[in-house]
Design a protein around this ligand. Structure first.
Ligand SMILES: Cc1cc2nc3c(=O)[nH]c(=O)nc-3n(C[C@H](O)[C@H](O)[C@H](O)COP(=O)(O)OP(=O)(O)OC[C@H]3O[C@@H](n4cnc5c(N)ncnc54)[C@H](O)[C@@H]3O)c2cc1C
Length: 411
């Protein structure tokens, strides 16, 4: 879509996380005035998403950042599921897609991705990012929507034609629209710790991503940079403080990781406990307000359906807002956005992410290895390259072309 919007049309986006920056880039490239309001004074640096699936690559390419992300990142060799004693259960090799295929999964820590998005956004003449603008309230009438922000120089009101909540799991936009505790779904009792660390997993035969299936010592170990940084996400006893989890980290590494390493055998770069939820907001569009990504829905991070689903929301919402801005779509297209994204969450993101996590610990690993249908399919795919490719591209079903609901043909 190369159409440029000539009439005044402004979108305000709460949150300069990956979803907010991506939406801003996609809209600003058409000359739409975009203002991103960020509560803090810098981009988030916590250890989070790192893997970008084929469906995400399409949106990153449309926003003009995929090439930079590929240049900074790498293409992982595949994913294995193993028992704790390292016996392989199933394996997917990524080489069914050539390294230069734009759809092939790319790996780069999220903070480096948002840095790239931010740099690109600052080159767009119609885009603006206001740091230290914490959204605290909102309102709308027939002509416009507004958010009230807390800023170091006092309260400030920002008005726009449409306002999008990309303000993460604790979204103020969602709370203001539906109430502080209206985020239907549930919270996992299990506690995870996401750590970034350096350790030679390859020495133990691990490939770039490994899931360990074990009732107690389940974990994921994935290489996330070219220079050997790994993400190790594991479980620990619920209900402890952050300090207690950090004290227990060396013991948990020694219990779980291959070679039973002791401090000194590895370097911990960062680590943080996370609560996990499966939740979706009551609505993803309400008048001139919309929600996308973590503000709209949450899932556990095993299998990377969180940001992958969020990026697919952003792609759809971009098409809706561009359609409204150009007069090609009625505002009612946002009701369709709500309907479609909810359906995709309920039918794909929620059940697949839940299955990805439970598969690691729910049953005896030998029984899971023998009876799990997903593992059976992965093993079949390791003999059948076409099936393996189809499995990798299955994630494209997270995307939904919203231009089909335009009232006029697409530009
Ligand atoms: C341990 C872990 C590992 C993960 N791994 C993966 C993975 O491998 N693949 C994957 O796809 N996903 C993964 N995820 C999920 C992924 O990181 C999130 O889905 C993603 O960061 C959500 O992006 P977002 O832009 O919606 O929200 P966020 O990244 O949370 O950004 C929200 C932004 O809004 C700002 N903000 C908040 N409140 C306000 C306010 N009131 N006013 C203004 N600004 C505000 C925040 O400061 C922040 O900058 C992982 C998550 C965790 C916890």
């Amino acid at each position: 879509m190369t159409v440029t919007v000539s009439r005044p049309f402004k979108v305000a986006i709460a949150g300069a996380g990956p979803s907010g920056l991506l939406l801003a880039l996609l809209l600003a490239k058409h000359g739409i005035q975009v203002v991103v309001l960020e509560a803090t004074d810098k981009l988030d640096e916590q250890p989070r998403a790192c893997h970008y699936a084929p469906s995400s690559n399409i949106e990153l390419e449309r926003a003009g950042v995929l090439q930079d992300i590929k240049a900074g990142g790498f293409s992982a060799d595949g994913v294995t599921w193993r028992k704790k004693d390292r016996t392989p259960i199933a394996e997917i090799r990524n080489d069914v897609m050539p390294k230069d295929d734009p759809l092939r999964m790319v790996v780069l820590p999220l903070n480096q991705v948002t840095e790239i998005m931010y740099k690109h956004l600052m080159q767009k003449p119609t885009a603006e990012l206001k740091w230290n603008h914490k959204v605290t309230g909102l309102g709308q009438d027939a002509d416009k929507a507004w958010v009230d922000c807390e800023t170091p120089s006092g309260p400030s009101r920002v008005e726009a034609d449409y306002i999008v909540g990309c303000d993460g799991a604790n979204s103020q936009i969602r709370r203001s629209l539906f109430g502080d505790f209206e985020f239907p779904g549930w919270t996992w009792e299990k506690q995870i710790i996401a750590s970034n660390m350096r350790y030679d997993f390859h020495k133990f035969g691990y490939i770039d991503s490994t899931f360990v299936v074990d009732p107690d010592d389940w974990y994921m170990a994935a290489r996330i940079t070219n220079d050997g940084l790994w993400r190790v996400t594991y479980g620990d006893t619920p209900g402890l403080t952050k300090e207690e989890y950090m004290e227990r980290l060396p013991m948990r590494y020694e219990q779980m990781l291959p070679g039973s390493p002791k401090p000194g055998d590895y370097e911990v770069v960062s680590a943080s406990p996370y609560k996990m939820h499966q939740r979706i907001a009551p609505k993803l569009a309400e008048g001139r307000f919309c929600l996308a990504a973590d503000a709209a829905h949450l899932c556990n991070p095993f299998g990377g359906m969180g940001l992958t689903g969020g990026i697919a929301d952003v792609g759809g919402l971009y098409e809706c807002l561009l359609g409204i801005a150009t007069g090609q779509a009625d505002p009612s297209i946002l009701e369709k956005y709500d309907e479609i994204r909810r359906e995709i969450y309920n039918n794909m993101i929620d059940p697949i992410s839940t299955g990805n996590f439970k598969r690691l610990w729910e049953k005896d690993p030998d029984e899971t290895a023998k009876t799990d249908e997903f593992f059976a399919m992965v093993r079949k795919a390791s003999e059948d390259k076409e099936l393996a490719k189809q499995m990798q591209l299955g994630i494209l079903a997270l995307r939904h072309d919203m231009t089909q609901y335009y009232k006029t043909p697409k530009a």
